[in-house]
Structure formats: C-alpha cells, structure tokens
Design a protein. Structure first.
Length: 209
C-alpha cells in the first residue's frame, strides 16, 4: 500500500511538472537557442548562469540561485560562467577562474560579492587578489602563479566562447540544458521558469527511456 501511494505521488508529481512546463510561453518566458551549447556534463541537466562579480543584479540573485540549487536532485548541475564584456569585468573574470582553479569558490564567493557591493573595494591587480585570498588561507604565491596560468587562460577562452554561443548580452542570464535561455528578468520569475524548464528536460529524458 505504501509503495502504491509512493508511485501515485511520483506520477502526480511528474504530471504537475509537465503542466508547469506547458504553462511557459516560448518567446516570452524563454527562447530556444538556434544551436545547443554542449553542457559541461551531458549526463546532468545543466543550469548555466552567466554572471559577473561586478553585476549588482548578480549580487542579489546569487543567494537565491544558490539556495535553489541546493534543493535540486543529483541530476541537476549548476554551472556559473563569468562574463567579460564591461569595464573591469575581465579582471574579475580572471579572478573567478583563479578561484575555481584554487578550489576555494565555496569559501570566498560571497566574500567577493560583499567586497564589491558592501565594502566598495576594487581589486584590479593579481597582487590585490593574492592579498584578498590570503585572508581565506590561500598562499599568496600560489594565487599569483595561478592568476596568469595556462589553465586559467584556457578557462577564460572557454567562458567567452560559451557566452557568445549562449548569445548573452546581460547578466544574470540562465540557460537550461544548453538549449533554453530564460527570458524573464525578475529574480523570482527567473527561478520559476528555470525550475519548469528543468522539469521539462527531465520529463523529456524520462520519456526516452
């Protein structure tokens, strides 16, 4: 009986997800990219956010997106891509990929945003970033050697290519499964549409099996 109830709940849950996805309007809530951008891990439902540490909207969206991502099942992967198309953004983009390479993103992500929008601090040199990250236990020399490394340069090239392929001109922008670009701008609506698109992709994959 308990197993039957669980099965009914699963079916009803899938039905609700399909209804929510069906309620979305293409061209209003989201747009379909002309060519799919291959996800970092095709086995996952990728939720890609294009953002910048210097974007105030990204600063306010970050805690909402992070909280949403933490509630997702294991089949969903959040991938953030730092854009570089405004003044000083390339410097912060390089810092972001340095932070990723150093493996300290979870420790310093909020601190970077707060340094910009609360502390009104600018970090425009490798030395400034080395000083900042040293506050979180990162060796200064390690930061300096990573900042201009081949690995970081490669990540920056890939990031710029993804931003172009996503056809992004504003931040934050969310793209689901490399195909569906969220077209609404209010943060709560962005997450609502994102969730519905994730449900849509999950249902599509389930139907193939």
């Amino acid at each position: 009986m308990r197993m039957f109830a669980a099965l009914v709940a699963l079916v009803l849950g899938a039905s609700v997800s399909m209804v929510e996805a069906a309620d979305l309007t293409e061209g209003k809530d989201y747009v379909v990219l002309s060519e799919r951008v291959t996800p970092a891990d095709p086995s996952k439902i990728e939720v890609a956010e294009v953002f910048s540490y210097l974007c105030s909207h990204c600063y306010h969206f970050e805690p909402l997106l992070t909280a949403w991502a933490k509630k997702q099942p294991a089949d969903v992967q959040l991938v953030q891509t730092h854009a570089s198309f405004n003044q000083n953004w390339p410097i912060y983009q390089r810092a972001y990929y340095t932070i990723l390479a150093l493996g300290v993103k979870d420790k310093v992500q909020d601190a970077v945003f707060n340094s910009v929008f609360v502390g009104q601090k600018q970090m425009l040199t490798a030395e400034a970033w080395a000083d900042f990250l040293s506050l979180y236990g990162v060796d200064k020399q390690k930061t300096l050697s990573t900042y201009n490394s081949f690995g970081v340069n490669s990540q920056i090239k890939q990031a710029d290519a993804r931003v172009r392929d996503f056809k992004v001109s504003a931040t934050p922008t969310v793209v689901v499964d490399g195909r569906f670009k969220v077209a609404v701008s209010k943060h709560e609506d962005m997450l609502r549409v994102t969730q519905s698109l994730v449900d849509k992709v999950r249902a599509e994959r389930a139907a193939k099996h």
